[in-house]
Design a protein around this ligand. Structure first.
Ligand SMILES: [Zn+2]
Ligand SMILES: [Zn+2]
Length: 71
């Protein structure tokens, strides 16, 4: 087991993604082909307005359909 938390704090933003909704940085965001990114928390809060079936979500930027778990 490696405790890498202290080490990781030194690293600048690299592969992390900035949520287009709350502007915070996350290691994972749902992404649309147009470049729109939304974090797990924002997706959870807005899923009622972005997904009608729980299988796909609609991008508020371009209206494109994106599948959950298909990143
Ligand atoms: Zn967010
Ligand atoms: Zn889009």
């Amino acid at each position: 087991m490696n405790d890498s938390s202290a080490y990781r704090r030194k690293h600048r933003v690299g592969r992390e993604l900035a949520c287009d909704c709350c502007r915070k940085i996350f290691p994972f965001c749902w992404r649309c082909r147009c470049g729109f990114k939304i974090c797990q928390a924002c997706m959870y809060e807005n899923v009622w307005g972005m997904s009608c079936n729980g299988i796909t979500w609609e991008c508020p930027d371009c209206g494109g359909q994106n599948g959950f778990g298909n990143q």
